[in-house]
Design a protein around this ligand. Structure first.
Ligand SMILES: *Cc1c(COP(=O)(O)O)cnc(C)c1O
Length: 408
């Protein structure tokens, strides 16, 4: 089934949870440990054989299971496990799937923290990563060796907004019997990677899904078998590394998830409005919804159209000085905040070369096309985007990024 026949927001909406006293939200389990009426049931729970029983909240808690269930429904996977952060979801997945001597083939344009983990930490356990241009399928395939266990990418990459052709990558992964792991943080609801053949789908819940920039969080969506493996008390990486989300937080994220579909539509509408206007004005804009985007066509076939092309865009203003000047001016005019992260109601902007991607060495940044003057925008939920456009344009003209006055 193609993702555009599967409606993730409906899947979420159809789930029903009630609180202890008939509350319209599920009750928060405010406990780290749980009592048993019989010692036998406690033993069975340890062995993983007591369905519906809770043992200890690092393993699972009712609220974390509710949130996990909703996110699994959104991605169309059998199960999910929430984590305390996006990195707390990514790192156990890689450690679960790889042992000493194994290799990963990864997109080279990925989140800076993920890149740093693969490049600087995994070699300590003799796990090697081959970084490739994920848009070149022949290069991807050629990088796979007999030791490769994982093919890793982001649906829409951070920060260059490259698009991974998930269906084709899944075919390659199948051919070599390796796992395709996709970080879908930039494109929740728009793309359902598992429906396109991905084995494991990861999100940083910190971004669009929670959407209020008040917490970090993560999730792994996958088969029941893989989620059980991650939570295994003897050798599960999530259970033993311990990146557990707190129940109070998962309750709050579950409530924010309920408005995700409305927010994504507005993020996409606003970002595509600005991308089109600024491209017409002659700026170097990258946005997957623009025809000029190298993967526009393939992305159009991957997305659930009603949620659009997402809220992320980049503009290259030529130099770091100009980028900094523009970002400071926009912040002074209350057009958004000079901050890392994304998915907030307010527009957020940063220069990835000096911030979120600073883990990537300068020569490698250059090779992948990450230029100094690149500004990454997470476009907010602004009510009147034409007004925002006019105000942003005024900032650009003031500092000489946009020279010609447009006819209005
Ligand atoms: C932010 C981010 C992460 C890391 O998530 P945290 O919640 O900050 O740990 C991973 N992948 C992508 C694409 C991100 O944007």
């Amino acid at each position: 089934m193609k993702s555009n026949q599967f409606n993730p927001a409906n899947q979420i909406q159809d789930l029903q949870y009630f609180g202890e006293f008939g509350g319209v939200n599920p009750s928060i389990s405010d406990s780290s440990t749980y009592t048993f009426l019989s010692a036998k049931t406690m033993f069975d729970t340890f062995e993983g054989n007591a369905e519906g029983c809770y043992l200890y909240s690092r393993h699972s808690s009712p609220m974390n299971l509710y949130l996990g269930e909703a996110l699994a429904a959104m991605e169309g996977t059998e199960s999910a496990n929430v984590a305390a952060s996006g990195m707390g979801a990514i790192t156990p997945v890689l450690m679960q799937l790889c042992a000493a001597g194994d290799e990963i083939v990864s997109s080279r344009t990925i989140y800076g923290g993920t890149y740093a983990f693969m490049k600087n930490m995994l070699p300590k356990w003799n796990i090697k990563t081959n970084f490739v241009d994920i848009t070149k399928l022949d290069v991807v395939e050629a990088a796979i060796t007999e030791n490769t266990k994982v093919l890793y990418c982001e649906t829409v990459s951070n920060p260059l907004l490259e698009v991974a052709d998930i269906e084709s990558l899944a075919k390659i992964a199948n051919k070599y019997n390796i796992k395709l792991v996709v970080d879908n943080t930039f494109s929740p609801l728009s793309v359902a990677p598992a429906k396109l053949g991905a084995d494991v789908v990861i999100h940083s819940l910190t971004k669009f899904i929670n959407g209020s920039s008040d917490t970090v969080g993560g999730v792994v969506c996958a088969s029941q078998e893989f989620i059980n493996d991650l939570k295994n008390v003897n050798n599960g990486a999530s259970m033993l590394l311990g990146p557990t989300m707190d129940s109070l937080r998962s309750a709050s994220i579950l409530k924010n998830l309920r408005t995700l579909h409305i927010r994504m539509k507005q993020h996409s509408y606003n970002a595509s409005y600005l991308a089109e206007k600024f491209e017409k004005d002659g700026l170097k804009v990258v946005y997957p919804g623009l025809k000029s985007h190298p993967s526009h066509e393939i992305y159009s076939t991957m997305i659930n159209k009603e949620y659009g092309f997402g809220g992320m865009m980049t503009i290259d203003v030529g130099s770091l000085d100009k980028a900094n000047e523009l970002m400071e001016l926009m912040q002074n005019r209350n057009l958004g905040y000079l901050a890392v992260s994304l998915g907030f109601y307010k527009t957020l902007f940063s220069a990835p070369g000096t911030s979120t991607s600073s883990e990537i060495p300068l020569d490698e940044q250059k090779e992948m096309g990450l230029t100094d003057g690149l500004i990454r925008f997470s476009i907010g939920l602004d009510n009147d985007i034409e007004r925002t456009y006019q105000m942003m344009k005024a900032c650009m003209m003031e500092i000489g990024v946009l020279k010609e006055l447009q006819k209005v």
